[in-house]
Design a protein around this ligand. Structure first.
Ligand code: GCU
Length: 476
């Protein structure tokens, strides 16, 4: 299978297969693979229960079962029941009730409060002593891609692990630049899925058992070619290279290194914030590469990496623009919505590692309505910078991602964009599938397909071209 197709394939199935892949019966694991998975699951359970114990949490509300429609707890898809907490925290009123009427009040008072609330209760604080990353150029190679000359660099971000030499963290990065540029180029950082053979085995077994056939990728150039054609470069970052996508991995990777292999404290960062940290370190490198215009760096990701891309964009103001693909709950969709994926899913053993431990409280004694913030404020943290939010069709992609909840969040981020002299979404009404909203500083489109952002790339490129002007190519 071509790499582009792999990406599409994986994207299509992640939402259903995801973290359950490991348990899927048709996997035909070898004894060694089985032992590895079981050990990982055991360690995840142990870490999860450790966190519940230190928080004195005995009962969390279970999530919805998105895999078996006959299960007693299917995801809610009834709009009439979808808004149990209709009042969102006001991004323009401070926690002490001060109305935020000027950009200065936003920057000095309100935004820092929102950041702190997300840090403490949702994504976790990045510890102060995160070690430095040194970027090493491993190789450089000239090539062409559909007639465009390219320069591909392979780099490794080596994390100083002197605080615990037993834990090694290296960040491999592939950077592809158009070699014909007349000046420094914009670069998009893509959070890429790592096709771990074990996980793939689970995905493929599940597809086979359910008779799911994958649609072909959209016609026309793939996302990489679209970028090169527009004289952008791109970088591919595998976030699991520096922070694993499971609870067992919290005692290694960058999170584990900082804690010297000990478990997290409840306020410390989860994987989403760690993945975003890695993207920021890539941007540090890009700032040193004269071939790159580091003021025009974009971040993009799909699904859990859509969440990571939004967290990256929200926290690190050096990022110029973002494409957020089907990020769902924990990303652009409101936690307060009762539709599709539930808080109980995010707070379960399969996903809790994405968040701070403190987040689990909001699925126990507290609920989503008690969160001091919601995703409209994560989008508002990106203001005034442009951000494009992408989904597929509810019919094909499913309702798990709750695209409407994201639209509501994007609308509710609008007042902050306006306060900063920009325009949020151009309309408070969700447009039909296939209609791109490009005239505001929050862009939006839902394509007709499934769990992928590929069909929305052309609209994103159009949106991005309002802000980012790549240097013209040199004459051959
Ligand atoms: C699961 C999870 C989602 C996530 C998705 C993915 O479905 O519940 O929150 O976005 O996996 O990353 O594929």
């Amino acid at each position: 299978m071509r790499p582009g197709k792999w990406i599409y394939t994986v994207a299509m199935i992640m939402v259903t297969a995801g973290f359950v892949a490991a348990q899927f019966p048709g996997m035909n694991l070898t004894p060694a693979e089985k032992a590895k998975l079981e050990a990982q699951q055991k360690a995840t359970e142990a870490d999860y229960h450790y966190m519940l114990d230190i928080l004195h949490l005995t009962h969390l509300r279970p999530g919805a079962n998105g895999l078996n429609p006959k299960a007693p707890n299917p995801p809610n898809t009834n709009e009439a029941l979808a808004n149990p907490y209709p009042n969102l925290p006001n991004p323009l009123v401070s926690n002490l009730g001060v109305r935020i009427t000027t950009p200065q009040l936003w920057w000095k008072l309100r935004r820092p409060e929102i950041v702190q609330d997300f840090d403490r209760d949702v994504y976790g604080y990045v510890p102060r002593n995160v070690p430095k990353v040194t970027w090493i150029l491993v190789s450089e190679k000239h090539g062409t891609s559909h007639g465009i000359p390219t320069l591909t660099k392979h780099l490794i971000g080596h994390v100083n692990n002197s605080i615990d030499p037993a834990i090694t963290v290296n960040i491999p990065l592939t950077l592809v630049l158009p070699a014909r540029a007349s000046g420094p180029v914009p670069v998009l950082i893509h959070f890429g899925f790592n096709f771990n053979p074990l996980v793939m085995k689970g995905f493929l077994a599940m597809l086979k058992a359910r008779g799911i056939k994958l649609p072909p990728p959209p016609k026309g150039p793939g996302w990489k070619q679209q970028l090169l054609d527009a004289d952008w470069g791109y970088a591919i970052l595998d976030p699991t290279s520096y922070q694993a996508d499971n609870g067992a991995g919290l005692r290694s990777g960058i999170i584990g290194l900082v804690n010297r292999g000990r478990p997290r404290r409840p306020e410390q960062w989860g994987a989403l914030r760690a993945w975003a940290w890695g993207a920021s370190r890539v941007l540090d490198y890009l700032q040193t590469d004269p071939a790159v215009n580091a003021k025009e760096v974009a971040i993009e990701g799909l699904s859990r990496y859509g969440k990571a891309a939004l967290v990256t964009m929200a926290y690190d103001q050096r990022f110029a623009i973002a494409l957020i693909g089907s990020s769902g709950k924990g990303g652009a969709t409101l936690f307060r919505r009762h539709f599709g994926e539930q808080m109980g899913n995010l707070a379960g053993a399969g996903e809790y590692h994405w968040f701070a431990g403190n987040f689990l409280k909001f699925d126990g004694p507290l609920n989503a309505g008690d969160l001091p913030v919601d995703s409209h404020e994560l989008i508002a943290m990106c203001a005034p910078r442009p951000i494009f939010i992408s989904y597929g069709s509810p019919k094909v992609e499913g309702n798990w991602v709750d695209s409407r909840g994201s639209y509501m969040a994007a609308v509710a981020a609008g007042p902050v964009y306006r306060l900063l002299g920009k325009r949020g979404l151009p309309s408070a009404t969700m447009p039909p599938l296939g209609v791109a909203l490009l005239s505001g500083d929050i862009g939006w489109r839902q394509h007709h397909g499934g769990h992928t952002d590929l069909p929305n790339w052309p609209a994103f490129m159009k949106f991005a071209s309002k802000y980012i002007k790549a240097p013209p190519p040199l004459k051959p």
